[in-house]
Write a protein that binds this ligand. Structure first.
Ligand code: SAH
Ligand code: SF4
Length: 401
């Protein structure tokens, strides 16, 4: 039976104000609740000591603060941390925390499964289970941030500006990427509520350029996002023409490239940076030829962008292979020679892969992660100001050495 209580994690600041007003409480109570929950990470209403006793008693009856239960918590040697979260009905999603010297990135999920069914994506191959609620989405940040904040040595360093040097910050997670499971723009309302909380100074206070939505190209929702909450946008392109993209990203049949790129151009004036990121998963013999690189250059000639080449992470059912490193580099060089900005992710050592394999073994029936776990980890090129690169499911981010 579902709980009759509302989950206070579901509310952005305005919704919290409306909720509190509905309980005949003063507006400042909503601010207090936001602080207790999001800034201090408190879930127990009893512990919210500056709330009036009567208000606490009322809240205990009708409200709660709950995030998704953790099925598995894994820590890799490099500090990368992955949580497998139970979404019920035998399904699970993942969040991944990637620490670096100057930032901490959390990759979160927006749906259990995904209906887009991209040819190369094991989440898509699982089919769609359900949308996550806004509380389940922001709950991934709430849980990870406060858990990590309370661990010894977890406090992040940031470069001091304008004076050089380093200082400690109380916050652990500085960047959020919606690149876990699911298509965020097909769970639009819940995702936007969660995004608003990420940006809100009363909650997490992240800057818009440090919050990235990755989409397979839900054109009308790209336009809505520009109006409602224009965070950094990464578009999963993967093909330089409609014929191939129709195959790889079936959503292209509904929103073909001309429409998608139109939406990208319209988004740019609202974007927190003056370019967008296009993700391009490198598939051996499918989308990685010199001719396709040149076609990509022509396709993107009118749009300020960066292309992020992702070596494909194979899984057995895909029938696809990762492009060889030399091919990826040659593809990148063609883009670079044409004056485009392009980055390539690289694989790295084995310690986390072992952890992935173990995890897959334990939860195979819930998530089919074994299929997704047959991969190397990723190293990506990143600079401090850059929107974080994509990380999909149990892919791993790190800095290029
Ligand atoms: N649904 C959104 C966000 C989640 S996927 C989207 O498609 O953009 C995040 C990124 O991982 C996307 O760029 C996606 O294309 C990529 N991806 C999916 N499966 C992959 C795989 N097996 N290997 C490499 N990248 C993959
Ligand atoms: Fe869904 Fe993104 Fe996977 Fe495509 S790549 S199936 S849109 S999660």
């Amino acid at each position: 039976m579902t709980s009759p209580r509302v989950n206070l994690l579901d509310f952005d600041a305005d919704q919290m104000a409306a909720y509190v007003a509905g309980l005949n409480e003063k507006p400042f109570r909503a601010k207090q609740l936001m602080q207790w929950i999001h800034q201090r990470g408190v879930s127990s209403i009893n512990d919210m000591s500056d709330l009036a006793k009567s208000f606490r008693a009322c809240l205990l009856d009708v409200a709660e603060v709950v995030s998704l239960p953790v099925i598995k918590d894994e820590l890799a040697n490099d500090g990368t941390r992955k949580w497998l979260l139970d979404v019920g009905a035998g399904n699970a999603v993942e969040s991944v925390f990637i620490p670096e010297d100057d930032r901490g990135t959390l990759c979160i999920s927006s749906q259990a499964g995904c209906a887009v069914n991209c040819r190369f994506c094991s989440t898509g191959r699982q089919g769609f289970s359900r949308n996550l609620t806004s509380g389940e989405i922001i709950g991934q940040l709430w849980f990870a941030e406060h858990l990590l904040r309370n661990e010894p040595g977890a406090v992040r360093r940031v470069e001091k500006f304008p004076t050089p040097g380093w200082e400690h910050t109380g916050r652990v997670i500085s960047n959020v990427v919606m690149m876990g499971m699911g298509e965020p723009l097909l769970n639009y309302d819940n995702v936007v509520t969660a995004l608003r909380l990420m940006l809100d100074d009363r909650a997490y206070g992240l800057s818009r350029r440090r919050v990235t939505v990755s989409t397979s190209g839900v054109v009308p929702m790209i336009d809505r996002l520009a109006q409602d909450c224009p965070v950094a946008l990464a578009v999963s392109l993967h093909a330089p023409n409609d014929a191939l993209r129709d195959q790889l990203v079936p959503l292209n049949q509904k929103y073909p490239l001309r429409e998608l790129l139109g939406a990208c151009e319209r988004y740019l004036p609202f974007a927190p940076r003056d370019f967008l990121t296009f993700e391009y998963c490198m598939l051996d013999g499918v989308n990685d030829s010199d001719a396709q690189a040149k076609e990509l250059i022509r396709l993107l000639s009118n749009i300020k962008c960066k292309v992020n080449l992702i070596p494909f992470n194979p899984f057995p059912e895909s029938g696809l292979k990762r492009s060889p490193p030399q091919r990826i580099q040659a593809f990148a060089n063609i883009l670079l020679d044409a004056g485009m900005v392009a980055t390539v992710r690289k694989t790295r050592g084995d310690d986390i892969a072992a952890a992935c394999g173990q995890l897959a073994g334990d939860v195979i029936d819930r998530t089919r992660v074994r299929e997704r776990a047959v991969h190397d980890k990723e190293i990506i090129q990143s600079d401090d100001d850059e929107p974080p690169e994509s990380v999909q499911n149990i892919q791993w981010l790190d800095k290029l050495n």
